[in-house]
Design a protein around this ligand. Structure first.
Ligand SMILES: *Cc1c(COP(=O)(O)O)cnc(C)c1O
Length: 369
């Protein structure tokens, strides 16, 4: 069997993509919110059940420009159990991240810990729907209202998900999605912002195109973060296959769960109640005292056997060299502990069930030693 990597990008049939981009050779319109960009925007508006969608070059710029468009100052309460992009977006806006611990059940922000981090400088909460696990959106909404804070969700892992029957983008002031090649839905590189406030949407729209209102009017010091036509075309193609891909992921998720259920010392990712999941990631937690081996030992054993999992997310952000001078991972003990025991197993639509079985056989085998 060939080596198995943690993920593999989804691609439409080659001919389908070629057909989709053919008219670009006629129009010669390759970017600047062309026809593909507009079509994908419309499809996403339906998908997210909102008109308020802005399509961007990647998920990181979605986060960074959203924070800028909100004109925030001061401290942003966020999670250390995420991809660096979340924290970088805060810091690159001149804001100060304040790390709130996560809960051990689904690794999202521990809402019972949020209020103790609120000071007169707090301006926003930036939680992450990590692995596609939905944050306690209701409680976060309640806290935000009580203290008049903005809520910006990093929804990079949550594309296509719904909570209590509503699109995940319906919660908070802003939700930022990533369409990176490794995500459930990809546009090669890409991202989107869903929002409530029209004024915010307008500012974001200017900020991702140099602040240009019209040829002679520049209204903001903007960046350039527009999605190009080839990416949007990839999105149009991949969107046609999305439901089928999520179904395949579900099958893989279920196979992992069935196979790992009886392995002692391995805790499996659970799908939450009321959540329509996209099965973005399959993470496990290794309990060394029961399993008999550490997460790192399991990781190495899998690599030796051609399986490339990821220690995702490790180190926690407040344990990274670039942030360590200012923070200590000990301040968020749950995130610290989870980051040292978590392992994200290969998960992508075209992963075969035989592949899953091989991975589970190996996990069982090491556990018996
Ligand atoms: C992928 C990801 C991002 C960044 O998205 P890009 O499209 O790669 O810029 C941000 N946050 C999280 C949690 C991610 O997984």
């Amino acid at each position: 069997m060939k080596d198995i990597y943690v993920t593999q990008s989804s691609l439409p049939p080659f001919e389908e993509y070629i057909k989709e981009i053919q008219d670009l050779w006629e129009s010669k319109w390759l970017t600047n919110r062309g026809v593909k960009h507009q079509m994908l925007t419309r499809i996403l508006q339906e998908k997210f059940q909102t008109e308020h969608v802005e399509l961007l070059v990647n998920g990181h710029m979605a986060l960074e420009l959203s924070l800028q468009a909100l004109h925030l100052r001061g401290e942003v309460i966020t999670t250390p159990f995420t991809f660096v992009s979340t924290t970088h977006a805060i810091v690159r806006n001149g804001l100060t991240p304040v790390f709130c611990d996560i809960n051990a059940a689904d690794y999202t922000m521990d809402v019972s810990e949020i209020e103790k981090h609120i000071t007169e400088k707090t301006c926003a909460i930036m939680p992450v729907h990590v692995y596609g696990n939905v944050c306690d959106v209701e409680k976060i909404d309640q806290i935000a209202k009580k203290y008049d804070l903005k809520v910006i969700y990093d929804a990079a892992h949550a594309f296509g998900e719904a909570y209590k029957g509503k699109s995940i983008s319906a919660y908070g002031d802003v939700s930022c999605f990533s369409f990176h090649a490794t995500k459930v839905f990809n546009t090669i590189e890409g991202g989107a912002v869903c929002f409530r406030d029209e004024q915010f949407g307008l500012e974001l729209h200017y900020l991702d195109n140099f602040g240009i209102q019209d040829e002679e009017t520049i209204v903001a010091v903007g960046a350039n973060a527009k999605m190009n036509e080839f990416s949007a075309a990839m999105g149009l193609c991949n969107m046609r296959h999305l439901d089928e891909e999520i179904q395949k992921r579900k099958r893989i998720h279920e196979r992992y769960s069935a196979r790992l259920k009886n392995v002692r010392g391995i805790a499996r990712r659970q799908i939450q109640q009321d959540v329509q999941s996209n099965y973005a990631y399959y993470s496990i937690i290794v309990d060394e005292t029961i399993y008999g081996h550490t997460r790192d030992e399991l990781f190495d054993f899998l690599v030796k056997n051609g399986i490339h999992s990821r220690k995702y997310f490790y180190p926690a952000i407040n344990d990274l060299d670039v942030y360590r001078e200012l923070y200590s991972p000990k301040e968020t003990p749950v995130a610290y502990s989870i980051s040292r025991r978590v392992l994200t197993l290969p998960m992508y639509a075209d992963l075969s069930l035989e592949g899953v079985d091989k991975i589970c056989d190996l996990i069982e085998e090491l556990g018996r030693r």
